[in-house]
Design a binder for this molecule. Structure first.
Ligand code: ADP
Ligand code: MG
Length: 204
């Protein structure tokens, strides 16, 4: 996990572009089982991070991730803001300056648990955690980035058949079944973007 300032700047730009491209789709998913704002929320968040990319990329990796988390909490809003914010802030607070794969996996595990505590949710509740848990397991098993990306995408698709037990979608009860969770979808998009960049650019 040796990411320099150029890598961080590139990753921020790629994540922003990916969310921008899928903004409408994320909001369509959220219209089916929520209030239709997830795409706009995520776009606002990634735009805010993008606006601060130079200051963020100048920081050591842990401080950069913590700062991204803070910006996301302040800009995404809704339920997703504090959850994505917690993930990034916990990652940043827990990582050493030059983390190896084991340190990254352990810190990601703790960060995902912090998200679960924050959302009072667990596996199978039809949330972005249904992508984060399997991704974390693949990272812990030292899977290749392409494999982690595939796992994130199939985990997001698997939320379609789940019954929502947290967030706005839970108000729908049985009617939440048959729709992919928007937060799981944005999480898979971001995971895929990051993994494909790491596959091309990170040292093995
Ligand atoms: P809001 O629900 O406030 O409109 P968003 O639409 O931006 O916020 O985000 C909705 C997504 O947030 C859901 O699709 C789900 O993945 C995630 N989410 C909502 N509540 C929770 C929770 N309690 N725990 C984990 N994730 C949640
Ligand atoms: Mg919403």
């Amino acid at each position: 996990m040796q990411l320099d300032a150029a890598d961080l700047t590139a990753l921020i730009a790629l994540c922003r572009a990916e969310i921008d491209l899928h903004c409408e789709h994320l909001s369509v998913l959220d219209s089916a089982i929520g209030d239709g704002d997830h795409g706009a929320n995520m776009r606002r968040g990634l735009e805010a991070v993008y606006a601060e990319r130079e200051a963020i990329a100048a920081l050591p990796l842990p401080a950069a991730l913590e700062k991204i988390g803070l910006v996301l909490v302040m800009s995404i809003g809704g339920a997703a803001g504090p959850l994505y914010g917690t993930l990034l802030m916990e990652l940043g607070r827990g990582l050493p300056d030059a983390p190896d794969a084991a340190a990254f996996a352990a810190t990601l595990g703790r960060a995902v648990e912090a998200v679960a505590r924050r959302g009072r949710s667990g596996p199978g509740d039809k949330t972005l955690l249904d992508v984060l848990y399997p991704v974390q397991a693949e990272v812990a098993g030292r899977a290749a980035p392409a494999r982690i990306a595939e796992c994130a995408q199939s985990a997001a698709r698997a939320t379609e058949m789940m019954l929502a037990r947290r967030g706005r979608a839970s108000y729908l009860g049985e009617r939440s079944v048959g729709h992919e969770d928007p937060g799981a979808s944005s999480c898979a998009l971001l995971t895929t973007t990051i993994c494909l960049y790491l596959k091309e650019h990170a040292a093995p």
